[in-house]
Write a protein that binds this ligand. Structure first.
Ligand SMILES: O=C(O)CCC(=O)C(=O)O
Length: 313
């Protein structure tokens, strides 16, 4: 899910904001990607150079991570979930739609946090104890202003984002300011300077993508989009860094409450909680998920009202 952003049109990006069997083979042959990132081959370990590129510039592009068959399932689950979450306000382009996608009604989406294609690179870049926290789906219209997805140096992680339509420079592709995840804490002068510059005039890297491609970026990286039409469909998979200090723990705890505001209260889907009781119960005993739940519970991330589905009497 996201955090204190400067999203001009529709406040902040939602989700929580918003993959590994670690059976990774050795690194893949790299070649420069036309988006300025480094091409990665899905399902294999990131090379040392790719991890270094991500740490240095704050993003990576994965081409064709999803198969055609998987894309059909993704599209189906996306339609089903967003339609049922917004029966009270069908999409007309005037307000963003957002929902979490972590439950059994969308089984393919729900599997993505534990999918090695996401979890493994997240672990490589943030450590083996990285915390899986969110999977979501969004319908956007128009531009998204420049913003990072966190307001604190002490609360960060990685967002994997994928669009269900082709997106280009002026048709809604994600654009990033490389290496700005290293700028924290942002000076007011920097934020004001970005805010005073027309969106398209900010020097940046545009990450054009097609359905099946996935972009990974650090939550501290400044990003935006320009020219997306009505109903740009975008999904994310998010991991948080496991906090190491009391201050980091406090920011993660606070993030739970912030995510309720940024997601549920801003967009008002039908459901009134971020995490279902079933997700927390982890009925399939997924070991990675259990470690995330135990740690998130320990730091108080689940404590604020609305974070977890209320138990039925
Ligand atoms: O696709 C967009 O317009 C921007 C998405 C975004 O800002 C985000 O996911 O954090």
């Amino acid at each position: 899910m996201h955090h204190r952003a400067h999203d001009s049109r529709q406040s902040q990006s939602a989700c929580l904001v918003t993959g590994a069997s670690l059976g990774f083979a050795q690194g893949v042959g790299m070649r420069p990607d036309t988006t300025g990132g480094i091409m990665t081959k899905p399902g294999t370990a990131l090379t040392t150079e790719q991890v270094s590129f991500f740490r240095t510039f704050g993003y990576l592009v994965f081409r064709n991570l999803f198969s055609t068959e998987e894309l059909a399932v993704i599209q189906h689950e996306f339609d089903q979930a967003l339609t049922s979450q917004y029966t009270h306000r069908p999409y007309d382009g005037s307000k963003r739609h957002w929902t979490m996608m972590m439950d059994e009604d969308t089984p393919f989406f729900a599997s993505l946090l534990e999918d090695p294609r996401f979890l493994a690179p997240a672990r490589q870049c943030y450590g083996p104890d990285v915390l899986g926290v969110a999977i979501d789906a969004n319908r956007y219209t128009g531009n998204t202003g420049w913003h990072p997805d966190t307001g604190s140096l002490l609360q960060y992680g990685v967002k994997f984002a994928f669009y269900l339509q082709p997106v280009g420079t002026d048709s809604g592709a994600l654009r990033v300011l490389p290496a700005t995840h290293r700028l924290f804490p942002f000076s007011k002068e920097f934020s004001d300077g970005i805010g005073a510059t027309p969106l398209r005039d900010v020097p940046c890297q545009v990450l054009e993508s097609n359905p099946g491609d996935v972009i990974a970026f650090d939550l501290r990286l400044w990003h935006a989009s320009h020219g997306g039409g009505r109903d740009r469909r975008m999904c994310t998979v998010v991991y948080y860094n496991n906090p190491k200090t009391p201050e980091e723990v406090e920011f993660l705890r606070q993030q739970g409450a912030d995510n309720v505001k940024i997601g549920l209260e801003a967009f008002r889907p039908q459901r009134h909680f971020l995490y279902s009781a079933r997700w927390i119960a982890n009925p399939n005993r997924n070991p990675a998920r259990q470690l995330w739940i135990d740690r998130l519970r320990e730091v108080g991330y689940f404590d604020a009202p609305g974070v977890v589905e209320a138990a039925h009497a």
